[in-house]
Ligand binder design. Structure first.
Ligand code: HEM
Length: 128
């Protein structure tokens, strides 16, 4: 497994013919040299350059040979904070979920409930 780590932010800038990378299932691929060799054309690669291409890539249903060839272009992976949860629906369909920030404690209903209780106690104490 490659160990070089990238952030989505730094990859976003690598979206040109001179430097083209894309993300697939949290792994990072550099396809700068491959642009003109891609059987699917350079346009589609440039359209996802700098971005997360997981859903688009999976929808194409690349052949086994294509997947083998792809390994040559692997340069690393996303830093853990930027990883998504990749759910495979079937061979050609994938759903990408950003690790839900809404599940963090400060935006959960439990936090709001707790805040409500604290405020109630506080007001009762001050004005009661
Ligand atoms: C290093 C990465 C990639 C490699 C090695 C690769 C390789 C290939 C190969 C060998 C084909 C011919 C068909 C096949 O064998 O499946 C193909 C077709 C295609 N690829 Fe890729 N591909 C890569 C990345 C991508 C990405 C990121 C996208 C779009 C998000 C994409 C979109 C397509 C499309 C649209 C076709 C044409 C399918 C068709 O003609 O029906 N490819 N690719």
């Amino acid at each position: 497994m490659e160990t070089k780590k990238f952030t989505r932010k730094e990859l976003a800038e690598r979206n040109s013919r001179a430097d083209a990378v894309f993300i697939n299932e949290n792994l990072v691929y550099d396809v700068t040299e491959f642009l003109d060799e891609h059987p699917g054309g350079h346009e589609v690669l440039l359209s996802v350059a700098g971005k997360d291409a997981t859903e688009k890539y999976q929808r194409v249903g690349h052949s086994h040979a294509a997947k083998e060839q792809m390994k040559k272009y692997l340069i690393g992976e996303l830093v853990d904070e930027d990883k998504t949860i990749v759910k495979k629906i079937n061979d050609n369909q994938t759903v990408v979920e950003t690790p839900a920030e809404s599940s963090s404690f400060t935006s959960s209903w439990k936090f709001l409930a707790l805040l409500g209780i604290i405020m109630t106690v506080f007001y009762t104490y001050l004005f009661g």
